[in-house]
Design a binder for this molecule. Structure first.
Ligand code: NCD
Length: 456
């Protein structure tokens, strides 16, 4: 294998061209190996993966993701090894993810990991010596589900640009939504948010990234509320800076996709929600939904009525079946099994802008603010660094290297002079960031002028 390992932790690890390449290969597998009676289903196998082994490490329940990855590997002619129950793996004895990653790298050619902690897949990628694919990490991301979602959208609607996509349900806890909205923004769809209940809005850091990194801007409410009073926020991805304000009500009259998700009860301390929205054929009767396809990553647990199942607009079972050709294409790309599916630029990924990564001592300075981040795990946290991507944009923003949650701060200390100041240091050498002045003082730092240059 050439160059850097090709991990897929975030959907933003792939460029748009690379995503299109995965889709080309998936379409090819569907036409060459598909079931003539069911165009979304793979029915035959190839031998291009003969001799390769895929490990699936699942620390959280799964039906579709694990089984479709395993089916995909078998359809490619490869083999799989699986640890699907943390209670029967060495995790139950207290083994760290880092050690598991190092060990399993010697048993398989690629690893798929699902874990309840945000950032766990990134940690595994740090320690593995084979490619790592994120099968869902806490509430962070689920990039391979997004590949299935986008592929479904393309097969249902033909193109992405200017599509009106309603994203509904648990916008806070659904990792599928976080990966999906980044991709929708990158492909120029209009994103219409409909939270399923109170407190289920998109996390602030995801909203920030949509606006500042993916050129999505909220459309003023008066432009859409006549047709879409139930939409909380509507982002349009601008080709030009003022475009969202130029769009008019008629641009949002018809919904192309209605994407529903379940309440992610396992991500909330109280675990119960009585007021969660419900979608059925009555709900989708309105004229704006006339041609809308209904999508859902599944499982559904009552929020999407079975009365929709028989209608051609119900795309969710096709969406689930695309998991096989999509994951075949992805495995083939990552393991370089298929010359036509190779991703030359895979290592770079989609990056609006390159930002420096800053590492600071675990016992000093600010830590990731997300309590579900892998960095806070009693068993695994010690293997993760206290690392942040430093984003200077209207003040400083530190993005956790693992779970990508942001924290704003402007308190930068210097470990040599033991002083701190409100500053935006251009040179990160000897710098340690604190959440506030009180924390800096508690750590023995004194207010003072910096002896490193402040950014212009
Ligand atoms: C999703 C997940 O695990 O995040 N499931 C899946 O992979 N299709 C969605 C969910 O569990 O709600």
């Amino acid at each position: 294998m050439s160059g850097e390992l090709r991990h897929l932790i975030s959907i933003n690890d792939l460029t748009n061209e690379e995503i299109e390449k995965v889709f080309e290969a998936a379409n090819r597998y569907l036409s060459e190996l598909g079931d003539p009676n069911a165009p979304h289903r793979i029915a035959k196998s190839t031998r291009i993966g003969t001799g390769s082994i895929l490990a699936t490490l699942f620390y959280e329940p799964s039906t579709r993701t694990r089984l479709s990855f395993e089916s995909a590997m078998l359809r490619l002619g490869g083999r799989t090894i699986s640890s699907a129950d943390p209670a029967t793996s060495s995790a139950a004895k207290g083994e760290s993810l880092a050690d598991t990653a190092r060990v399993v790298s010697n048993y398989a050619d690629a690893i798929v990991i699902r874990h309840p902690r945000d950032g766990a897949a990134k940690l595994v990628a740090e320690y593995a010596s084979v490619p790592v694919i994120n099968g869902g990490d806490g509430a962070h991301e689920h990039p391979t589900q997004t590949l299935c979602d986008l592929f479904t959208l393309q097969r249902e609607k033909g193109a992405f640009k200017g599509l009106n996509v309603v994203i509904s349900g648990d916008l806070k806890g659904s990792r599928t939504i976080h990966s999906f909205v980044y991709a929708l923004a990158r492909f120029g769809a209009h994103i219409m948010l409909m939270p399923g209940g109170k407190g289920m809005e998109l996390p602030a850091h995801v909203d920030w990234r949509l606006r500042h990194e993916f050129h999505s801007l909220p459309v003023p409410r008066e432009k859409y509320e006549k047709e879409n009073a139930d939409i909380d926020v509507l982002y349009a991805t601008a080709d030009q800076p003022h475009q969202p304000t130029l769009l008019s009500a008629s641009d949002f009259k018809e919904i192309d996709i209605f994407y529903m998700t379940r309440f992610q009860k396992e991500r909330y301390a109280d675990g119960a929600k009585s007021d969660y929205m419900k979608v059925d054929s009555e709900f989708l009767k309105g004229s704006k939904y006339k041609t809308a396809s209904v999508m859902h990553p599944l499982p559904r647990v009552g929020e999407l009525d079975a009365d929709l199942d028989g209608t051609p607009r119900a795309a969710y079972f096709r969406q689930a079946s695309y998991g096989v050709p999509i994951r075949m294409a992805l495995i083939a790309a990552v393991l370089e099994l298929d010359a036509q599916a190779s991703l030359e630029k895979f290592a770079s990924g989609f990056r609006a802008k390159a930002h420096p990564i800053h590492s600071q001592p675990r016992e000093l300075g600010i830590a990731c603010p997300n309590t579900n981040c892998i960095t806070h795990d009693p068993q695994d946290g010690g293997y993760a660094g206290n690392k942040f991507t430093v984003i200077a944009n209207d003040g400083l923003r530190l993005r956790c290297y693992y779970c990508e949650t942001d924290v704003r701060t402007d308190i930068a200390g210097n470990v040599r002079s033991k002083t701190y100041a409100h500053s935006d240091p251009a040179n990160l050498h000897d710098v340690v960031f604190f959440a506030n002045e009180a924390d800096a003082q508690k750590a023995g730092f004194k207010p003072g002028a910096h002896n490193h240059a402040a950014a212009e």
